[in-house]
Design a protein around this ligand. Structure first.
Ligand code: NOJ
Length: 731
């Protein structure tokens, strides 16, 4: 691996270091036995808490015997130091271990979930969040995070949508790049950086029926246009590792899918880093029914081009014989090992295997005021005001009542996949409102996830009756989202809605705060409540961020990265749907593409997000209405803050290719930019559209933009387009 070609991985080290790593890798490879090589591909999970005295003799012996190349989930510096000593001092070649961990949205300082971060539409904020996460996690001895998840998904039933950037490959690619940059920094040998891992390659976001680990059926066009772009973006950005997905693609499990791994990732994109399986995904080729035994599973994974085996140990058990019998060429084994050793070299482990284990640094950089402030800022910018009929912002003298158990649950405020976080560090919504308004009368209203009683509802009603405004926190506890957390019904859990009905009956205005990991079906709330603010799972700084937003110190500026359907019956629902032969222009018409009982459009569209101020896009102009192939087209939008307070908005540009050799979406996000404006201030935002931005996966199995007419649209959301300009791409 040299890092040349399309992959930018090699740019993380200078020429001289590259040579040093190359020499070391070559030297090691020449000295290694087949068993030692296979050991580098074996990743073991060690228990979350493991001390030196825990009697892990088997693990120690396996490390000393060179059977383990990396571990995941090791906790505590002492344990990591101990394991590394075994690798470096007791194994024959002294190759250091890589320590991996799922650092998904912060570490000790927990940020909003990735879906919430995507709602900022500001990739730079996600980059800053990952810088903080990498600083804290690396100081706790982790070299490698299994993030970012860059799976594009338009199915909110799938619990893992909270880990990604939503439904758009354009937004998703921008966040993929930013998050890789954030984790890996500018120089991977710096102690505050981590190796990143783009996952899950590929198509996992399309798990059929939103059921986790399920089959994926995507056409080549959807795979190429929708699911692969964020991975390619991560590779271009220099991501060090990529993880296989659990699912099948074209009936072949992703881990053993040669077309995907060797063909696309390592072939077309020239990915130079290492490919890691998902948890036991090599082994799961047996239940998928494509491997008769572990030997075949190991062979399929290796021949596909996958490299590291997370926990199944099929490589450890079977690969040496497969190589000796000539069923897997030794050159393939060498290629995989070379990639792993390179990644270790890039992380600086050959110079100093203990460089991440400094207690002093850990103490100095963990949960600092600065990190908390960044977490608060990102949280504030992630909130999406779904609806506001003038109730918000609250004035300082508002008598606020608070209901909803989620308001007081630190653990749920952190959200799923926050293993590095501690509930006691969290300022909950309740604590945040207490700090701001004095002791706010509070009743939980329901037991999590959503059990109500006559008494709990009475208590909540009493709070509402005494208040000017009642803030009701509803939504999903953390364990209802993330991995293995699919839901067939995406409404409020249990009887939470009865709490809302109870407080609403008092006629005190109700502001609903939604805490959620996925789009929820909240039509009743939209019909009955004057204000709804989506705060996702906001992390450590939830309380201050929410108090400041409710009172107007912060003006909400988030926009949805994923459509919110009326009901799960509409799924999949996304902004970039294809036209049909029977468009439903008039809802009275028969024999057109529509439902009898719900609209085609979602309740809240992709890109939707209100503010305490108003923005007007007063103009959209194109530098030319003919755009010669190979050049860029400049589009300028004039935006004005027409309200009374300063605020931020997102200029969203969508495109439609009017006639193509394949049917093209009615509109798809093509570019976006955020702007901050004082009242009455006007700005011009100029965006360049390249031919590549108009390209799609053609019948010739390649990307191409076809000459012809296109509409460029600017809007406040996918369902709120205010100007359209037509241009022609000329050959
Ligand atoms: C399984 C998950 O699918 C993956 O995203 C995660 O990184 C691994 N487990 C390791 O925890």
């Amino acid at each position: 691996m040299t890092g040349t070609g399309k992959s930018a991985l090699g740019t993380y080290v200078d020429e001289q270091r590259r040579e040093t790593i190359a020499d070391r890798v070559e030297e090691l490879l020449s000295e290694m036995t087949v068993e030692e090589k296979v050991g580098q591909l074996n990743q073991r999970s060690v228990s979350f808490v493991m001390g030196p005295e825990d009697g892990n003799e088997d693990l120690e012996a396996a490390i000393a015997d060179g059977e383990i190349g990396s571990v995941l989930n090791a906790e505590g510096l002492e344990a990591k130091q101990h394991l590394q000593e075994f690798a470096v001092e007791e194994s024959r070649l002294g190759i250091p271990l890589l320590m991996a961990f799922d650092v998904i949205h912060g570490y000790r300082t927990v940020f909003p979930t990735p879906l919430g971060q995507a709602a900022t539409w500001e990739p730079d904020l996600a980059e800053r969040a990952e810088r903080v996460a990498a600083t804290e996690a690396s100081a706790d001895g982790h070299h490698w995070t299994f993030a970012p998840m860059v799976d594009v998904s338009r199915d909110p039933r799938w619990g893992r949508v909270m880990e990604g950037a939503g439904e758009s490959p354009v937004l998703g690619s921008a966040f993929a790049r930013a998050r890789v940059r954030g984790f890996q920094g500018e120089d991977l040998t710096e102690a505050d950086t981590m190796l990143a891992c783009a996952k899950h390659f590929a198509g996992y976001g399309a798990s059929e029926a939103g059921r986790d680990y399920n089959t994926v059926n995507v056409a080549e066009t959807a795979l190429r246009e929708r699911h692969l772009p964020p991975f390619e973006a991560a590779v271009e950005e220099g991501v060090a590792t990529v993880m296989n997905a659990f699912n099948t693609i074209e009936r072949i499990p992703a881990s053993g899918n040669e077309d995907l791994v060797s063909g696309v990732l390592k072939g077309e994109w020239d990915f130079a880093g290492a490919m890691v399986s998902d948890w036991n995904s090599f082994g799961e080729q047996l239940p998928h029914g494509v491997a008769a035994d572990e030997r075949e599973a190991a062979k399929l994974a290796m021949l596909a081009g996958s490299d590291i085996d997370m926990v199944s140990e099929v490589l450890l058990e079977e690969l040496p014989d497969l190589v000796r019998d000539g069923d897997v060429p030794e050159s393939r084994l060498d290629d995989a090992v070379e990639r792993v050793l390179w990644v270790k070299g890039l992380a600086g482990l050959f110079e100093d295997p203990y460089r991440y284990f400094e207690e002093e640094r850990r103490k100095a950089v963990t949960l600092t005021e600065d990190h908390r402030e960044t977490a608060r800022e990102v949280a504030e910018r992630s909130f999406v005001l779904l609806k506001n009929e003038g109730v918000l912002p609250l004035t300082e003298d508002t008598e606020v009542g608070l209901v909803g158990a989620l308001a007081d649950s630190a653990e749920d405020t952190l959200g799923a996949w926050a293993w590095g976080g501690e509930p006691e560090d969290v300022t909950t919504i309740r604590a945040g409102l207490d700090d701001h308004f004095g002791d706010v009368p509070y009743a939980p209203g329901y037991d999590l996830p959503g059990e109500v009683t006559a008494e709990s509802l009475d208590e909540a009603r009493d709070i509402a009756e005494e208040a000017d405004v009642v803030v009701a926190v509803v939504g999903e506890p953390a364990d209802m989202v993330g991995e293995a957390a699919s839901r067939a019904h995406i409404d409020l859990p249990g009887d939470q809605r009865r709490l809302l009905e109870a407080v609403h009956e008092t006629e005190t205005p109700v502001v609903a705060l939604l805490m959620n990991g996925r789009p929820l079906a909240v039509e009743w709330l939209d019909d009955h409540l004057p204000a709804i603010l989506d705060v996702w799972h906001p992390g450590t700084e939830a309380g201050p961020a929410i108090a400041r937003t409710l009172t107007g110190e912060v003006v909400p500026s988030g926009h949805l990265p994923m459509s919110f359907p009326y009901t799960e019956g509409q799924i999949p629902v996304a902004h970039d749907r294809l036209p049909t032969g029977r468009p439903a222009e008039d809802s009275e018409e028969d024999y057109v593409s529509k439902y009898l009982d719900v609209p085609n459009d979602p309740l809240y569209a992709f890109g939707h997000g209100e503010s305490y101020t108003d923005f007007a896009f007063t103009d959209l102009t194109l530098a030319s209405d003919a755009f010669p192939s190979g050049k860029a087209l400049e589009a300028t939008v004039t935006i004005e803050n027409t309200g009374d307070v300063a605020g931020r908005d997102v200029v969203q540009l969508y495109v439609q290719d009017l006639v193509g050799s394949r049917s093209r979406p009615e509109k798809e996000l093509v570019a976006f930019e955020t702007v901050e404006l004082e009242p009455d201030e006007t700005a011009e935002v100029t965006v360049e559209i390249d031919e590549d931005d108009l390209a799609f996966w053609t019948d010739d199995e390649k990307w191409a933009a076809e000459p012809g007419e296109f509409d460029l649209m600017v809007g406040h959301a996918a369902d709120d387009i205010v100007h359209t300009e037509r241009f022609t791409l000329v050959e």
